[in-house]
Design a binder for this molecule. Structure first.
Ligand SMILES: Nc1ncnc2c1ncn2[C@@H]1O[C@H](COP(=O)(O)OP(=O)(O)OP(=O)(O)O)[C@@H](O)[C@H]1O
Ligand SMILES: [Mg+2]
Length: 252
């Protein structure tokens, strides 16, 4: 198995992330080999957000770990701009249990100012919970703290693995809107894993629909003016994603 994490020279409009995972396999505890990703490639333009939608267990989290540089055991290449700061909010919030919310965020982003952190906590509805420890948080609060930690690091590339699960709908909407604003303002590039087409339509410039395992891209839906879509166009795009999604549950 060979993998390469390339670092490209910084260059204006060059893709901040170019991915080609030819093959990713793993062995189960019983020694059985499972193919998780097979022939999946895409490139992200500067300031672009890609959403990944695919059936449960198809390999999305595995791909995100590869993109984050946490898993190098794959065939293929992942190229990122030089000095790109990458931050990931994991599907299961992984906060340090012996540190408060505030400390968790500060440790991940030591250069962030008190004001910046306070603004983030306010935006994510966490102001009252800064002094709490992860064991004292609901899953929804822990998810928000995990998002705060990822955003505080001021990443160039933000990787979000189902960040809105277990948030109540009004809060999820508010955080989605905040994220959309941050992504737009800071020209962040982001990859978002979601099961929710509405999340994808709110945030993404392009939606990649993935097949069942081993994951590959079975179709892409481009969104020309994300975050400002007329209702009819939005409904059309949602229908197209659902059509591709129906294909993704059929065997290849
Ligand atoms: N280290 C591993 N060893 C064996 N199998 C693994 C390993 N890692 C992942 N898998 C298997 O690979 C598949 C993909 O897992 P992954 O967590 O990437 O899926 P996912 O698309 O994120 O699913 P979900 O939508 O439920 O989060 C699963 O069937 C999982 O059991
Ligand atoms: Mg997952």
């Amino acid at each position: 198995m060979s993998s390469r994490l390339n670092v490209m020279p910084p260059a204006g409009e060059r893709a901040p992330l170019a991915v080609s995972v030819v093959r990713k396999a793993a062995r189960t505890a019983k020694g059985q080999k499972v193919e998780i990703i097979a022939g999946l490639a895409f490139a992200l333009r500067a300031g672009e957000t890609a959403a990944l939608i695919g059936p449960s267990g198809c390999g999305k989290t595995t791909l995100m770990r590869i993109l984050a540089g946490l898993d190098g055991a794959f065939e293929g290449t992942v190229s990122r701009s030089a000095n790109a700061r990458v931050a990931m909010a994991f599907q299961e919030p992984r906060l340090l249990p012996w540190r408060s919310v505030e400390e968790n965020v500060r440790l991940a982003a030591p250069e962030s100012s008190l004001e910046e952190r306070a603004a983030l906590f306010a935006a994510l509805g966490l102001s009252e919970h800064q002094a709490h420890y992860p064991g004292e948080l609901s899953l929804g609060l822990a998810r928000r703290a995990s998002l705060a930690r990822a955003l505080a690091a001021k990443p160039d590339l933000l990787l979000l693995d189902e960040p809105f699960v277990s948030l109540d709908p009004p809060l999820a909407r508010a955080i989605r809107a905040d994220l959309a604003r941050l992504i737009g303002e800071k020209r962040l590039s982001a990859v978002l894993v979601t099961h929710d087409v509405e999340d994808a339509l709110d945030l993404a410039d392009v939606i990649y629909v993935l097949s069942a395992r081993p994951a590959r891209i079975i179709g892409e839906v481009r969104i020309d003016s994300p975050r400002a879509l007329p209702a009819a166009a939005r409904a059309g795009l949602a229908a197209e994603v659902e059509r591709l999604r129906a294909l993704s549950t059929k065997p290849a």
